[in-house]
Design a binder for this molecule. Structure first.
Ligand code: NAD
Length: 403
């Protein structure tokens, strides 16, 4: 009888695993589960939040990549994994049993328990939350027209990590459209970034990180660095201004966007896996330490980088590689062959700051400016190709290499 592989999550890791498992003539039945009927490019959601891209542009239907001869797609919400009984429990649907399971449920916004984050700031983690950010922004611009309250024109991004920086770049670009709604000059829209540490973007050299930050400053972004946020109140960010005196300061703004980091899906910890911030330290072949038929990949997974002795950072690039690897290892297990250890060599990473500027590393080379933005778009196109094939890459890829 053919074995049943269940894949949870249709993000980068899940879809790349699906692609691998659908390849060739395998005696398997696959079920793919996702709460949405579309895949979204998680690396591009900041563009939707800033209103410089529509969500249609960064999504495609999951059915487009499902081979109906071997795969069934189930739209549903995973509530719990019962790994002892090899079952997945879905909200309001019959449980699914599996022989092999791939957990690729992605990430969630991390509040670090800071008071007021859930109530008074906007998350930006998926399509609905990104669309909500843009909708909120347009509402504030309209409110300014009525009230002339300057705080309606103030936007605070909390955290200057990769996500915060890319969002600020897109907001700089989106300012013109927002200003038109408010009936003001773009310069009247004030962008702030409040960041806990002083050494920004530690994955890059200081000079390279500085290049991106300096550009954002030049384009009008106000950075408050070395200022950990302690609380979010209604329309107010409270931050520690002086570590020695414990002096707190407040920054008022009608739009506060929370981008201070992510954790893996809560489902992983809720299901009894040994997770820290939703991430499980997996075996070298990407299986759970207690279950050799359960692969945990993408943002729910922590894999040790033997060179740095720290887990690899979560990126789309590593998620895609993990998906491919998990798919190959399951195929090996089905043939009675040993699984292989996961190895990863980062190709580098590039942060976009708007549509035609970027900075980052490709291999050992530092790239900046317009050429870096071309590289960034090539990376985006490649990841679209890896999950969605040529069809989605041609339909949704970035080929606007203009100056
Ligand atoms: P991050 O952890 O990389 O950055 C979060 C930032 O918020 C840090 O600079 C941190 O010091 C700051 N911060 C944390 N708590 C704070 C507080 N209380 N007050 C003020 N600042 C605070 O998180 P991210 O930017 O959300 O990225 C998550 C992961 O996704 C990272 O691994 C990142 O590299 C990856 N990512 C990659 C890409 C890409 O490759 N294009 C894009 C986006 C995200």
């Amino acid at each position: 009888m053919s074995k049943h592989v269940v894949i949870l999550g249709a993000g980068y890791a899940g879809l790349r695993a699906l692609h691998e498992l659908q390849k060739g003539n395998n005696e398997i039945k696959i079920t793919l589960v996702d709460q949405n009927d579309y895949h979204f490019e998680a690396t591009d959601i900041h563009e939707v939040a800033a209103g410089i891209q529509t969500s249609e542009r960064i999504t495609y239907p999951i059915k487009d990549v499902v081979k109906s001869t071997c795969t069934t797609f189930v739209q549903g919400t995973v509530e719990k994994i019962d790994s002892d009984n090899q079952e997945v429990h879905l909200k309001d649907q019959a449980p699914l049993s599996y022989d092999y399971l791939i957990v690729a449920l992605g990430y969630e916004s991390e509040s670090f328990g800071i008071p007021g984050v859930e109530e008074f700031s906007l998350k930006m983690v998926d399509i609905p939350t990104s669309e909500k950010v843009y909708q909120h922004l347009t509402e504030q611009m309209k409110a300014y027209k009525e009230t002339k309250d300057e705080n309606c024109l103030k936007i605070v991004v909390c955290g200057a990590g990769f996500t915060g920086i890319e969002l600020l770049g897109s907001l700089v670009e989106g300012k013109k459209k927002l200003a038109e709604i408010a009936g003001v000059e773009p310069d009247k829209i004030q962008l702030y970034c409040v960041e806990a540490v002083t050494r920004l973007l530690p994955m890059f050299s200081e000079k390279l990180g500085g290049y991106g930050i300096d550009h954002l400053k030049k384009w009008g972004v106000n950075f408050l660095v070395g200022k950990p946020i302690k609380e979010i109140k209604q329309d107010t960010v409270v931050y520690l201004n002086d570590q020695e005196t414990n002096e707190l300061k407040e920054l008022a703004a009608k739009t506060i966007i929370w981008t201070t980091g992510v954790s893996g899906s809560h489902v992983v910890g809720d299901s009894g896996f040994a997770a820290k911030r939703g991430r499980v330290m997996v075996q070298p072949d990407l299986t759970d330490p207690d279950h050799n038929n359960v692969y945990i990949i993408g943002d729910c997974s922590a894999v040790m980088d033997k060179e740095s002795n720290r887990p690899y950072p979560t990126t789309a690039q590593i998620s895609l590689k993990m998906g491919e690897h998990a798919g190959k290892n399951i195929k090996a297990q089905l043939k009675g062959e040993p699984t292989k250890e996961f190895t990863f060599k980062s190709l580098g990473s590039v942060a976009s700051i708007g549509n035609s500027h970027a900075f980052g590393e490709v291999g050992k080379m530092e790239v900046k400016g317009y050429p870096a933005s071309v590289i960034k778009k090539t990376i985006m196109d490649r990841s679209l190709f890896e999950t969605g094939g040529i069809k989605e890459m041609l339909a949704k890829g970035r080929f606007d290499f203009y100056r």
